[in-house]
Design a protein around this ligand. Structure first.
Ligand SMILES: NC(=O)c1ccc[n+]([C@@H]2O[C@H](COP(=O)([O-])OP(=O)(O)OC[C@H]3O[C@@H](n4cnc5c(N)ncnc54)[C@H](O)[C@@H]3O)[C@@H](O)[C@H]2O)c1
Length: 511
């Protein structure tokens, strides 16, 4: 939570997160102090004993005093706060001069680690523990400068190094997958005001962009070895265009130690990412997403590729970026229809996440709200961390997408933007999930954003049904597996759907 104008490099590291995240282990590795441990050693009593004898209120007062003392002590390099410490307004205010690292642990893992620990008074009742976990997410998300998965408590050096030079107010999410870890930076003005570039990324730059994104932001990446500007739109996501880029790279002597900068929306990100994945068998790519679709979704997770006439995204590879830099200010030049299309992915992600993110979206957060964008990115990255290659839980991200893809296929990818089709897909699939009240709420949000909520009368419903049953997620002769959102924060993959219900849900879109 570093404040404006402060020098980040010399800042204290403050670890926050729920019980069981591993803050004590992490702070020891950093040579710092754990607030709970210091309290216990000074009081000669455990936290549980203080709770039992003096009550939670007295413990919180003591915790606040010790925390403020450590935050003010320049000799202390790192501090681990108690799980509930951010409830104190004074503690939160004192964090402005620090780099706050949230060790992000999911509720199941946290409970597994600390269940019924005799020294943790708030880890005795599982329901209460889980409720607290959910309740505190927003506070951690708000306070964090960096969000690091708890699996990395002994590997904080790389995320902390990646914070170097990050402008105040931005957030870093440390993305973790089986093949690579990387920083995703999200914030207003990252490139437009500050020309931020991660200190950890070396190499000469090859800029790949489309004409729109390049005209607004291309100059911010100078000097570059070479720059390729493609024509805007899906029709550029082809092997022919990839060959233009590969050959330009070869012609200008680009090597594997250089770095491709993908500046633009999902089209540029997928195409440039694919070129980087394959050029000389792989070079780094930094994704610089400039559309809402790309900032909440496509820039993260490493899916790259091109379309062929037989199918969209049919040729590609998994290639995780070396970094993502999402400057939310760039959304200011995005045409309103593109912003609305991205909003459908925001709603989808909020439905999958539930909790504070869904509450913010449902309360009408602006589509370009940096906290919401970071929340969406975190949601996607948590899922990708569990299933990089899309063989299981990653299919959660397909909520609304089975019907959306069918609508896009039938209308030749020309009638609806992807996000517009997702808006229709969400409505059909929420009906399939039996989430009727939620469907109505989502319909109102989508409508307010200017997204379509009915299918144009001339779209052939029978063809949409047929295309749905041919979805590429289908395996063998089995039914098409849907990812259905039952309620915010609760989506299920691999759900079969009866043909009559599917027909009714799609017919309903026609009105
Ligand atoms: N890899 C993934 O995980 C993933 C996920 C979702 C979508 N996608 C892919 O993303 C693509 C769609 O991406 P998209 O919606 O970003 O479309 P897009 O890349 O076509 O961008 C939309 C339009 O906005 C313009 N634009 C971009 N940034 C701008 C800015 N800041 N100011 C003004 N104009 C700007 C572009 O030139 C284009 O005309 C599809 O090809 C889809 O398959 C990939």
């Amino acid at each position: 939570m570093s404040g404006q104008g402060t020098e980040p490099e010399a800042m204290k590291i403050v670890l926050v997160g729920h019980m069981g995240a591993g803050k004590t282990t992490a702070v020891k590795a950093l040579g710092g102090v754990d607030v709970d441990e210091l309290i216990e050693s000074r009081e000669q009593r455990t936290v549980a004993e203080i709770f039992a004898a003096d009550g939670e209120g007295a413990f919180r007062d003591l915790e606040e005093r010790v925390t403020l003392e450590l935050l003010a002590d320049p000799s202390v390099q790192a501090v681990a706060l108690g799980g509930g410490a951010l409830a104190s307004r004074r503690t939160r205010a004192a964090l402005t001069a620090a780099r706050v690292v949230w060790l992000d642990v999911d509720a199941d893992e946290a409970w597994r680690r600390v269940a019924r620990s005799p020294t943790r008074p708030l880890a005795r009742d599982e329901r209460r523990f889980r409720a607290l976990h959910a309740e505190r997410q927003e506070q951690y998300a708000q306070a964090a400068d960096a969000i690091v998965p708890a699996s990395h408590v002994r590997r904080l050096a790389a995320p902390i190094a990646a914070l170097e030079g990050m402008p105040a107010g931005a957030k870093l999410i440390w993305a973790v997958t089986a093949s690579a870890d990387y920083p995703a930076y999200i914030g207003a003005g990252l490139i437009t005001d500050r020309r931020f570039w991660p200190a950890t990324i070396a190499g000469r730059r090859v800029l790949v962009s489309d004409r729109n994104a390049a005209s607004h932001y291309g100059a911010l990446f100078e000097p570059v070895l070479t720059a390729v500007r493609i024509a805007p739109g899906e029709q550029s996501k082809t092997l022919t265009q990839a060959e233009v880029i590969w050959r330009e790279m070869a012609r200008t002597g680009v090597t594997r130690t250089d770095v491709t900068v993908a500046l633009g929306g999902g089209v540029v990100g997928d195409l440039a990412g694919f070129c980087a994945a394959t050029y000389q068998r792989g070079m780094p790519v930094v994704q610089v997403p400039t559309t809402l679709v790309a900032q909440v979704d496509s820039a993260y997770g490493g899916k790259t590729g091109v379309d062929i006439p037989e199918g969209k995204n049919y040729v590609g590879s998994f290639h995780q970026p070396a970094a993502v830099i999402a400057d939310t200010t760039t959304l200011g030049t995005l045409p309103p229809a593109e912003l609305a299309a991205g909003y459908a992915e925001v709603v989808k992600t909020g439905l999958i996440a539930g909790g504070w993110l869904w509450r913010r979206i449902a309360a009408g957060a602006a589509p370009d709200d940096p906290d919401v964008i970071a929340g969406c990115a975190l949601t996607k990255l948590r899922i990708v961390a569990q299933d990089e290659l899309d063989t299981g839980v990653r299919q959660l991200l397909n909520v609304g997408h089975t019907v959306a893809h069918a609508v896009e296929t039938v209308t030749g990818y020309a009638r609806y933007r992807h996000g517009e089709a997702v808006a229709l897909g969400l409505l059909a699939e929420l009906r399939l999930a039996g989430a009727d009240a939620l469907r109505q709420q989502v319909l109102e949000l989508l409508e307010q954003a200017g997204l379509p909520v009915t299918l144009a009368a001339d779209v052939d419903v029978e063809q949409v049904l047929l295309a749905t049953t041919r979805d590429k997620k289908r395996v063998g002769e089995g039914p098409v597996p849907f990812a259905l959102c039952i309620e915010p924060g609760r989506a299920l993959t691999g759900q079969p759907v009866a043909p009559a219900e599917l027909r009714a849900a799609i017919m309903e879109l026609v009105g």
